[in-house]
Design a protein around this ligand. Structure first.
Ligand SMILES: Cc1ncc(COP(=O)(O)O)c(C=O)c1O
Length: 445
């Protein structure tokens, strides 16, 4: 018999008394570190009911462990673990889970500016979640109706994409949307821009499909044999180029000819500050394009929230699978985002972040352009610089020594042989950015 409140097993067939078995089981939990100092144990009554034994059995076990010093009884509040256990001697040595570079200030391409002055909006949104009651059962995996309606309006207004709320699926972000589409596509490899988004490459591989490298510096003209092609038309990741209109039409023609679906990752289109955002590729052909949107750039990546507008032919299969697997976005996150959209918070943070990026991008350009060539239009929250690999490494290493993490362009390349630096300027303060630029300039000079 196993207890639901404590993972211990008692065996009535054993000659060892149940109280002794129970004290040995709890002692073992402390020794192994499953229970740690300060953990509260269930009451003797609750544990006895749970294990189906007389209360005297649990009392005897607790008394024994209190006497041994493993547990302590606090008057009026219960029984607690008193002593810290230790990892068993035969425990495998664990590799540390922390990223050794985590203590560096990251100038990565993906971290947005989150304005500390916007705390009140968050508090209101979470208060609203706190006051609501969760739904009784599993929610509609497509997402909350009010969120899908708000997202449909948002897409029409900001991306020119006019869709019915029933065609919008709430996801846990871009790679989650990609996973959903991959489950519904016919067999075949997936083309991914090279250099390109590493998370997309991994997601395709984990789904058991091969990746074909699509050179990001050339138009897409041939998708023969591919199930899909992953593209970032608004701001090629990480080169920063906006896909010209003729290339958009060319990619669509190639998709129609081969039967491939275009996966449009529209991750940071809100952050054009030189010209108005180019309408989404999906506006040109809903049947050929799956549109993948995210709150990660505009609001916060830790929300893990995004949206997917699949081609109508894939919608039913994606929806049917999610209904079976309950593969949905957590209700509190959806509720909070409804509140943020309704209050105009999302528009506000996008406006302020755009101003911040519009001011920072030229500072990065002014600092680095004497030493490196800009790979594409500065947009969003990063810019990418072409440099000989040795120079890029020297600058990257100098930045790391000074406490900053800057990524090499080569890290985004598979068969492409572009070298340089990808310099993010979203997730840092102005002072940190200036300090990091000074180090990079010092190393490149
Ligand atoms: C190219 C690209 N697409 C999408 C995302 C966002 O992914 P997600 O929505 O899974 O957070 C990022 C984040 O860095 C990105 O760089």
């Amino acid at each position: 018999m196993a207890g639901a409140t404590l993972p211990v097993r008692l065996d009535r067939a054993q000659p060892v008394p149940l109280g002794v078995q129970l004290s040995a089981g709890i002692r073992d939990l402390v020794v192994r570190g499953t229970l740690v100092r300060g953990d509260r144990l269930p009451s003797t009554r609750a544990l006895a009911a749970d294990l189906g034994v007389a209360r005297s059995v649990t009392e005897q076990a607790y008394d024994q462990l209190i006497a041994e010093g493993w547990l302590e009884s606090r008057r009026g509040s219960g029984t607690f673990v008193a002593s810290a256990g230790h990892a068993p001697l035969d425990a495998p040595r664990k590799a540390p889970l922390t990223d050794p570079r985590a203590d560096l200030v990251s100038l990565d391409a993906g971290t947005p500016w989150i304005d500390p002055r916007h705390g009140a909006g968050w508090r209101r949104a979470w208060r609203e979640v706190a006051a609501a009651r969760p739904p009784r059962g599993y929610d509609d995996p497509r997402g909350l109706p009010e969120l899908r309606e708000a997202l449909a309006r948002h897409l029409a207004r900001t991306r020119g994409l006019v869709v019915d709320p029933d065609e919008v699926l709430v996801t846990n972000g871009t790679t989650d949307a990609l996973r959903h589409v991959l489950t519904a596509l016919g067999p075949g490899d997936v083309g991914v821009e090279d250099p390109g988004y590493r998370a997309a490459v991994e997601t395709v591989r984990v789904a058991g499909r091969g990746v074909r490298d699509l050179p990001a510096t050339a138009p897409v003209t041939d998708l023969t044999g591919l199930a899909a092609a992953y593209l970032t038309p608004a701001h090629q990741h990480p080169l920063g180029r906006v896909m010209p209109a003729a290339d958009r039409l060319g990619a669509l023609a190639a998709a129609r000819e081969s039967g491939a679906v275009l996966l449009e990752d529209d991750y940071d289109s809100e952050f054009r500050y030189d010209v108005a955002p180019v309408p989404a590729l999906a506006t040109l052909d809903r049947d050929r394009v799956a549109y993948l949107g995210t709150a990660s750039k505009s609001v916060a990546p830790s929300l893990r929230l995004g949206w997917l507008v699949p081609p109508p032919s894939l919608l039913g299969a994606i929806d049917a699978r999610r209904r079976v697997t309950h593969d949905a976005t957590p209700w509190p996150v959806q509720r909070a985002f409804v509140a943020l959209l309704r209050e105009g918070y999302v528009d506000k943070v996008v406006r302020t972040a755009r101003r911040v990026y519009a001011e920072r991008a030229p500072r990065v350009v002014a600092a680095l352009s004497p030493y490196a060539e800009l790979a594409g239009a500065p947009a969003g929250m990063y810019s990418t610089w072409l440099l000989p690999e040795a120079d890029a490494r020297r600058a990257r290493d100098a930045a790391a020594r000074a406490g900053f993490r800057v990524n090499l362009l080569a890290d985004y390349c598979r068969s492409a042989s572009l070298t340089g630096l990808v310099v993010g300027f979203g997730g840092v303060t102005d002072d940190e950015l200036d300090a990091a630029l000074a180090v990079l300039v010092g190393a490149l000079r």
